[in-house]
Ligand binder design. Structure first.
Ligand code: NAD
Length: 249
């Protein structure tokens, strides 16, 4: 899927968890649309692979190994940003799915630490690095459809993603007068590596539950992200955009 619509030249986007999956596609689409992109990801292997795949954009791409759950590292990486920010995409996320009975305290804490506290850490560390004169600043937080209806085996993940939606609404109110919009995206079942590795019959079963009859592509989540980041979306603030083929609706 090619980006033909947006021009982000002169804008700088930070994408957490941008080395693979949805975050990688978001980074690639911003680069293709002319933006300068910084990727923070805790996997150095995935970062190296991303750099190779995005080598055409080398001059506008910066990568930094960062665990979003580690406040001190976020603060250091924020100091090392190459230019003032215009767009922050809080995308890094993990799963540790288990039924409530089997879930350990560590499973619960690890998912909350990355998927909810991670957003706080990154936003807190970078808030003062946003371009002060831009009236078009954007924060886009990755939630999930499951935050809207719950999901068996995902006590930790659903709690974190529901928190992401609450935090998004609050920041929209707090940051609106400072030139920001803050929105969330709630992807449905999206064909990242994790889903591609599942047996075909399971993937077919997931697809059958979606009104449009298929899973989403990471590129389709990226397109929604670019829209929310664009000037044209300047009056959309505090919302959660479902990109799920109609799963929730
Ligand atoms: N794939 C789906 O079906 C789906 C559905 C709904 C929501 N989401 C959300 O979209 C986001 C991206 O998911 P994905 O499917 O692309 O996942 P993925 O596992 O393919 O990629 C996640 C990336 O985040 C990085 N990461 C994980 N924890 C990190 C941490 N603590 N610090 C820094 N980087 C970290 C990983 O190294 C990886 O590069 C997540 O927030 C996920 O919860 C995904």
């Amino acid at each position: 899927m090619q980006n033909i619509k947006y021009d982000f030249s002169g804008r700088h986007a930070l994408v957490t968890g941008g080395a693979q999956g949805i975050g990688f596609q978001i980074s690639r689409h911003f680069l293709a649309a002319g933006a300068q992109v910084t990727i923070w990801d805790y996997s150095t292997e995935a970062l190296n692979q991303a750099r190779r795949e995005l080598s055409a954009y080398e001059a506008r791409l910066h990568t930094h190994p960062v665990d979003v759950g580690d406040r001190a590292t976020c603060a250091l990486a924020a100091k090392a940003l190459k230019a003032p920010l215009h767009i922050l995409v809080n995308n890094a996320g993990i799963t540790r799915d288990k039924s409530f009975a089997k879930m350990t305290d560590e499973d619960f804490d690890a998912v909350l630490r990355t998927n909810l506290t991670g957003l706080y850490n990154v936003t807190k560390a970078t808030f003062e690095t946003f371009a002060p004169d831009s009236g078009d600043k954007r924060i886009i937080n990755m939630a999930s459809v499951v935050a809207l209806y719950g999901n068996f085996g995902q006590t930790n993940y659903v709690a974190a993603k529901a928190g992401v939606i609450g935090l998004t609404k609050t920041w929209a109110r707090e940051f609106g007068r400072k030139g920001f919009t803050v929105n969330a995206i709630a992807p449905g079942f999206t064909l990242t590596q994790m889903v591609k590795a599942m047996p075909t019959e399971i993937v077919d079963g997931l697809a059958a539950k979606v009104p449009v009859g298929r899973l989403g592509a990471p590129e389709e989540i990226a397109q929604a992200c670019l829209f929310l980041a664009s000037h044209e979306a300047a009056y959309i603030n505090g919302t959660t955009l479902s990109v799920d083929g109609g799963l929730v609706g």
